[in-house]
Design a protein around this ligand. Structure first.
Ligand SMILES: Nc1ncnc2c1ncn2[C@@H]1O[C@H](COP(=O)(O)OP(=O)(O)O)[C@@H](O)[C@H]1O
Ligand SMILES: [Mg+2]
Length: 239
């Protein structure tokens, strides 16, 4: 099981302080990162994956110092980031897009048996198998979200950072994708950090939840406790 430990993480965009002394620990399972628009969720994920520099603080993934790991090395240390927006290469097929995810992993971990291969991804997301030869731009939003998650899995991560996977999807599709994310954690031992404005859906599958408010941690507790905390939900989650 992978442990992520973050302490005092501070990030500035010029004069804007986006994260202000953020600290938490993820000891496996699913941790939801909740908060209103602008709270700092995306910045947190982008900082952990080396895309935004930290001004202060530490972030460790087991023995790895993430803040000193360049973005292009993240696959090698076991971290995969699925950004907001479901970016795929529109003019490549589904399977070609998936192969791109496996490129770094093969080079990085030659000789070890892979936990996530194409067979496992098609087992998890059968619709991707059915559409493997189709161009990626023909997929629906939900299918595209499955494709970017599948592509990230082929890099064989131990921790997956997901940014707003539910955005713009129908509730039924969100429920389906979230159930599969839960299965990845329970069956494959993946650790997940799930940034979501959709607090209700995220809390339904998360073990723990971190609530950000203007770049600070305003709550860090079990998902069940947060789901029952009306005051916090009204103050920070608009629900
Ligand atoms: N590239 C950027 N340049 C300047 N400010 C930014 C940039 N990205 C985000 N911010 C600001 O940082 C804060 C946190 O944003 P973000 O991490 O995107 O929050 P969230 O994902 O929770 O909506 C906001 O005040 C936002 O306006
Ligand atoms: Mg965001």
């Amino acid at each position: 099981m992978t442990t992520l430990t973050v302490q005092g993480l501070t990030v500035d965009y010029g004069p804007v302080r986006a994260l202000d002394g953020v600290g938490f620990e993820v000891p496996g399972g699913i941790t939801a990162v909740l908060g209103a628009n602008g709270a700092g969720k995306t910045t947190l994920l982008r900082t952990l994956s080396g895309l935004v520099p930290a001004r202060a603080g530490t972030a460790r993934l087991d023995a790895t110092d993430l803040l000193r790991t360049p973005a292009e090395e993240m696959t090698r240390v076991g971290l995969a980031h699925v950004p907001e927006g479901r970016g795929v290469i529109a003019e490549l097929t589904v399977e070609e897009n998936l192969h791109l995810g496996a490129l770094g992993a093969r080079a990085a971990r030659r000789g070890t048996a892979s936990r996530f291969d194409l067979t496992r991804v098609y087992e998890l997301f059968p619709v991707l198998g059915e559409r493997s030869g189709q161009l990626a731009h023909t997929l629906s939003g939900g299918e595209r979200q499955m494709l970017v998650v599948g592509r990230a899995l082929l890099a064989e991560p131990s921790i997956l950072l997901l940014d707003e996977p539910s955005l713009g999807l129908a509730p039924r599709v969100v429920a389906q994708i979230f159930a599969l994310i839960r299965e990845l954690v329970d069956r494959d031992g993946l650790t997940v950090l799930l940034a979501e404005q959709n607090a209700r859906s995220a809390l339904s599958i998360a073990d723990r939840a971190l609530v950000l408010g203007l770049g600070r941690v305003v709550a860090d507790e079990s998902a069940a406790a947060l789901a029952g905390d009306d005051r916090l939900r009204h103050a920070y989650l608009g629900a």
